[in-house]
Design a protein around this ligand. Structure first.
Ligand code: ATP
Ligand code: MG
Ligand code: MG
Length: 388
């Protein structure tokens, strides 16, 4: 393919996008700081014009420099400068995907919730809140306890969330969330967390991957099971329909991760949307006919979308999360996985191992759910920092 794609952000999602691009011989240029960003490590620019850009994906000058080198801009992180993307959009032969307007809505979780509610998507109760004890107490009386106080912006892996179980925690919450703009969400007593990766092409065509179950530990995605199993098989379809309907309301192409809560009575609420490849879709590399990364590239380059069907009966994805600065634990787990049938190891090449940092992941595929759990068990027993 004779197009060059610019990506804001050079973390693991950028690295997996770059790996998918190499199969289609698509040039990729990364904007991130340093030469050792995970995505930059695996990409040697083929021409001087496509050398990577060193700088922050929030720096207007650097975004303009990247835009001048490529046919289309996309993102692997939503915390970028939407105004600058809007400014450069018309100068790019294939534009910016998803559209800067979409990124702007999604990057403020309160604005995102308002957008989804107005569009008729199912979201649970939420309220605006000011960063003051009075305002938070007022919200508590309306939403009840516990409730979730969330930063509207720059959140990831639960950093930006504070569970208020008792009003005595308000001062602590305010000091943890400091000067961030906040809103509050009613507590959702979910039965399971689920997610659907949706692909939207430049023509507006929409397809989705099978719904999966996501298991979080300490607010960080820990395990993904694909497909989602439930007593009521209709949940699978309802989740995909709700996710696709939500994505229809945004502009621009690419893949979107739609995180949802499933309640025990079958109710589905949307939690949040990511305008980019998503952790819950890593499994698609080994388990689906086309990975979310390849489909993201196909979508933004107006190529035919690939099949999202599973090609194995059962799959799981285990995030390799640092427990400390000890990288040896990461290697021990990874090496154990190499001797397990159906397991594929992905290490992201991050320069430093830290507690709570996503260092890699392991996908396991199997001919049945029972066999999948048998293959997964020895890995869960040697997780960094001990078992969950
Ligand atoms: P991500 O890494 O997915 O971007 P984030 O920092 O944006 O995470 P959220 O997805 O808002 O955070 O929340 C993290 C986790 O906290 C959720 O996956 C869920 O387990 C829990 N959670 C979030 N909101 C609620 C809620 N209203 N009620 C109950 N649990 C919640
Ligand atoms: Mg988030
Ligand atoms: Mg989330």
């Amino acid at each position: 393919m004779d197009k060059t794609v610019g990506i804001l952000g050079g973390g693991q999602l950028g690295r997996m996008l770059a790996a998918a691009a190499s199969l289609l011989n698509i040039d990729v240029v990364i904007l991130d700081s340093g030469d050792h960003a995970p995505a930059k490590q695996i990409l040697t620019p083929r021409r001087p014009e496509t050398s990577h850009v060193d700088g922050s994906f929030t720096d207007p000058v650097k975004i303009r420099e990247l835009a001048a080198k490529v046919d289309v801009l996309t993102v692997e992180i939503e915390h970028v400068e939407a105004n600058v993307l809007e400014e450069v959009e018309s100068s790019l032969p294939l534009g910016v995907h998803p559209r800067p307007s979409t990124i702007r809505i999604i990057q403020d979780k309160f604005v995102q919730k308002e957008h989804l509610r107005k569009a008729g998507s199912p979201v649970s109760e939420y309220l605006p809140v000011q960063p003051s004890a009075e305002s938070i107490s007022d919200v508590a009386s309306k939403l009840g306890l516990p409730f979730m106080l969330k930063s509207r912006t720059l959140a990831y892996d639960g950093r930006g969330n504070f569970v208020i179980r008792d009003l005595s925690q308000v001062e602590e919450a305010l000091s943890v969330l400091k000067d961030r703009p906040l809103y509050a969400e009613k507590w959702v007593p979910f039965f399971k967390e689920i997610a659907v990766v949706v692909v939207r092409s430049t023509t507006g065509e929409i397809v989705s991957y099978p719904a999966v179950e996501t298991v979080h530990k300490d607010n960080i995605c820990h395990l993904v099971f694909a497909p989602l199993r439930s007593r009521d098989p209709a949940v699978q379809t309802r989740a995909r329909v709700a996710a696709e309907a939500a994505i229809k309301t945004f502009e621009g192409a690419g893949v979107f991760g739609v995180e949802m809560f499933l309640l025990s009575d079958g109710t589905i609420y949307l939690n949040e949307i990511a305008p980019r490849p998503h952790n819950s879709g890593h499994f698609t590399i080994e388990a689906c006919e086309t990975s979310q990364y390849e489909n993201h590239l196909r979508a933004i380059l107006s190529l035919p979308l690939g099949s999202t069907a599973l090609k194995v009966p059962s799959a799981a994805m285990l995030n390799i999360i640092g427990a400390s600065s000890n990288y040896q634990e990461i290697l021990t787990l990874s090496q154990r996985a190499l001797s397990i049938q159906g397991a594929s190891v992905h290490l992201y090449g991050k320069s430093e191992c830290r507690k709570g940092r996503k260092m890699g992941h392991i996908t396991v595929v199997a001919p049945s759910d029972a066999e999948l759990r048998r293959r997964l068990r020895p890995l869960l027993e040697i997780l960094p920092g001990g078992s969950p």
